[in-house]
Design a protein around this ligand. Sequence first.
Ligand code: DOR
Length: 438
Amino acid sequence: MKVSGFNMVIKGGLVIDPAIGFGNEADLFIKDGKITKIVKSGEISQRDIAAIPTESIIPAEGKLIAPGFIDMHVHLREPGREDEETIMTGCQAAAAGGYTSVCCMPNTNPAIDNQETVKFVLSRAEHSDARVFVIGAITKALKGEELSEIGDLVKAGAVAISDDGNFVQNPEIMRRALEYARMFDIPIISHAEDKFLCDGGVMNESFESTRLGLKGRPAVGEEIAVLRDIKLCDFTGGRLHIAHVSTVGAVKAIRQAKSEGVNVTAEACPHHFSLTDDEIGKEFNTNLRVNPPIRTQKDVEAIIEGLIDGTIDCISSDHAPHAEEEKDVEFDQAPPGMIGLETTLGLVKMNLIDKGYLSWADAITKMSFNPARILKLPGGTLEIGSPADITIIDAERKWTVRKDNFHSKSKNSPFIGWKLSGRVDCTILGGRIVYKSK
Ligand code: DOR
């Protein structure tokens, strides 16, 4: 059904909004890009119905209605690698995955370490199918040597800073970054992997890496980095967000820090709770190469435990597109990273919700409400007056991940061929349908 204009009603879905605690079948009214009314099913007056053009009614009986997903961690590759992804195609992938907002990492070429590049990205995103928020670089060119002009980045619109892909190895620089970021009340997102301990590693350091003769990245490389940044966060009074947590010890460190009142939050990615390192030796699928690496069953269990008890606040995709020819090489020659915007929901449903670890409300909190809260973004809730950023979910729909069906320009997913359950039915951005499943 084609819906145009800004008057629409989403009819009869089960509204799940952890922020307002609504859990009923309801009709959601949208006007001028905003949510104007939520009425329990069957309670709409005839007058209200008559005011809505029939073509603007979106039937959602049997579906879940959630605040649009917000991905705190994506790589959109523009500027610099438009052959792998552009802001436009990345946002199309986002919409297909149920995301209405994405936060893009600064490891582009050139890096997003100055006002002009922030403005460039925001201008390219103006008419895209998702809202784009920019994460600026902590250091110039992400070299870890000299701080970016953090105030300038914030002024231009950056919502956080990170050297994602790189750990800020110098603790003095990280200290100053936390102090500056504190002045603007933005978090620092840390890619916590000690460079020396992880240098040259291409997978988790384990029995498997020894068996395969591949250099490992030890769990302690992540854990030392997490512990250091927590210590600096506590010392400076800044705000720290740990990206893509992947080890038992990292979860433990964050849990302990939170219990002591340190201002730290954390995210986990689907590949870190869906895959283990013994997958690598089966086919040497280079799409399994990622930093930090996929690890062991014990690590998977710790991440799930962290998601359940709230140690881990968010689920992000770490969508990292790479060109096919660059992945089509030996395992240790391939660049790290995998796409994730279009498979996260299905993996969350299958591996966390279906197994009873998280409820839908928990999952939506971690995929929408918490990212909005941490980065102070619009959305994350369906409250009256909020932007009409909405994800309609077909919770029980089974589907197979197919390379040809990705909207992303890159296809580097290790989940191709997987049968998943739970799929986006429709994504609405500011009252405009940006994705409708076939
Ligand atoms: O595997 C990764 N790929 N980890 C990162 O932190 C960066 C990302 C990329 O940009 O490809």
